[in-house]
Write a new protein. Structure first.
Ligand SMILES: Nc1ncnc2c1ncn2[C@@H]1O[C@H](COP(=O)(O)OP(=O)(O)OP(=O)(O)O)[C@@H](O)[C@H]1O
Length: 474
């Protein structure tokens, strides 16, 4: 039976999740703060930690390194409100497997937990030669399908992939979190002569300082306290194949020195070992920030940068390649249909508009999560606006507000010029109400009944107001 630790300061959510997960045959424990979670983890071993992003004493970003250090094999899922999605996406870089947004839906939580546990257990299994696999610190869930985007930018990426794949060049892939760097790295591997050899993906952001060396290079028995047996490192496991090092900028300077040796001499030495081991591994690395900038700031070794910089690929954020959005949305819809045994056929035209104009801070990973949830919530044959998170459905409204305040003189002059004071008053009232309601919804964890109670209105009034915002948008 898998053991799940729930960390949330909301008593109701803890009780609800405990009851629901126990009913689904998980052993659960729950605590309310980051500090109590750390204390609990000193004496207990969770298979999975389900953790609210905003705890009373810290955020998941602060808690995650402790989880990774104490229990590197535990899967982590972060619960977040939409206003924190950008941060939640960052948490993935620190080694969380996935995030779910509030309000929570039982089926979604269950699917996410099963996938995270499947990935977490995968990395304890031996690596099968020739089969692309992931190692400790792997993130997201495995699906090996690769979609060639519709946008011109994706066309350029594919040309670069085809060009560099057959060579032995090191490659740097730049791009925001969730933009598809790892799948592109895997494509390079699959199109290379190493295709039938291992592909190992490591998230360097998820490696603790202490364990990074032994994770990458392996260790000998007795190399340090706790090294009870010899461990083969990821580089050795990837021998003859390809290793993908994501968020390379997070590796400490010492590890960078050892890595330079791998690149220059094609040799590694296990932690605590006395002899060198020859390895033949192709290295593909990824970073969110320009490595040259990191090198200039003294955070990344310049010699290592020059060694890696044989070829680089830029993956633009999803918001800059709008033509890819609906292609991926349909693909994720089909994936979810299969996963949840549903038969949702597509999207209402209005939804297409919203999806194409949203900012997608978490890029494809965020789009995938949003489509997964929308498919789950859809009762009809098409996904409608109601199945989208409130913040996404109303994003263009919020943009309008930002724009108006950023450029208030122009907006005011225009409004005065048109003489539409009545329109302005209506807009101002709706804006004010919108902000109060949004605040209440956030406070209530997007639970509409709770938000209605906070606002001292009945549920129906709240629904009508929310509907009015939507109508005002059109
Ligand atoms: N071309 C593609 N075809 C199919 N799925 C894709 C494609 N690109 C990305 N995805 C999906 O989008 C999600 C994010 O992709 P990926 O993990 O490669 O991003 P990343 O840039 O490596 O993110 P991070 O830096 O945060 O680890 C994954 O679930 C992946 O399966």
């Amino acid at each position: 039976m898998y053991r799940i630790l729930i960390v949330d300061d909301d008593n109701d959510i803890r009780t609800l999740l405990t009851r629901f997960l126990s009913k689904n045959n998980y052993e659960t424990d729950n605590v309310r703060s980051g500090a109590t979670a750390i204390a609990w983890m000193r004496d207990n071993t969770p298979d999975l930690v389900l953790c609210d992003f905003r705890l009373e004493d810290m955020t998941a970003t602060e808690l995650l390194p402790s989880i990774r250090e104490m229990h590197p094999n535990a899967a982590v899922i972060v619960i977040t409100g939409y206003s924190d999605v950008k941060d939640a996406v960052e948490v993935i870089k620190l080694g969380a497997h996935d995030y779910v947004t509030k309000p929570l839906f039982p089926d979604e939580i269950l699917v996410t937990i099963r996938q995270a546990l499947a990935v977490a257990n995968n990395h304890t299994e031996p690596v099968t030669e020739g089969k692309p696999t992931r190692q400790a610190a792997a993130k997201g869930f495995i699906d090996n399908a690769f979609l060639t985007g519709n946008s011109a930018q994706f066309g350029t990426i594919m040309k670069q992939v085809d060009l560099v794949a057959p060579t032995n060049f090191s490659v740097i892939i730049y791009g925001e979190s969730g933009s598809g760097k790892e799948v592109i790295a895997r494509q390079i591997h699959l199109k290379s002569t190493r295709a039938d050899k291992p592909f190992i993906a490591i998230d360097c952001g998820a490696l603790s300082r202490e364990l990074a060396g032994s994770e990458l290079f392996g260790h000998e028995k007795g190399a340090f306290t706790g090294a009870i047996a010899r461990k083969t490192g990821s580089l050795e496991l990837a021998d003859t194949g390809t290793i993908f090092l994501d968020e390379i900028g997070n590796l400490s300077y010492d590890i960078q020195v050892s890595l330079l040796r791998v690149v220059q001499e094609r040799k590694i030495r296990r932690v605590g070992g006395t002899k060198d081991i020859d390895i033949d591994v192709r290295i593909i690395i990824a970073s969110n920030e320009r490595l040259w900038d990191l090198a200039r700031a003294g955070k990344f070794r310049e010699d290592l940068y020059h060694r890696f910089n044989e070829f680089s690929i830029d993956v633009p954020p999803l918001r800059d390649r709008k033509k890819d959005i609906m292609l991926f949305a349909h693909y994720f819809l089909q994936l979810t249909n299969t996963e949840l045994c549903k038969d949702v056929q597509g999207f209402e035209p209005e939804v297409k508009d919203i999806l194409e104009n949203y900012v997608w801070y978490g890029n494809l990973r965020e789009l995938k999560n949003v489509i997964k949830r929308a498919t789950l919530l859809s009762e009809g044959s098409l996904i409608g606006v109601r199945s989208l998170p409130f913040e996404i459905a109303n994003y263009s409204r919020l943009q309008f507000d930002h724009q108006a305040s950023a450029d208030s003189t122009v907006a005011q002059e225009r409004a005065l010029g048109s003489g539409s004071f009545a329109g302005k008053l209506k807009a101002a009232n709706i804006d004010a109400e919108y902000n109060v309601i949004l605040e209440a919804l956030k406070k209530a964890g997007y639970n509409k009944s709770k938000a209605a109670r906070l606002l001292n209105v009945d549920r129906k009034t709240l629904y009508n107001k929310m509907k009015q915002f939507k109508e005002f948008d059109q």
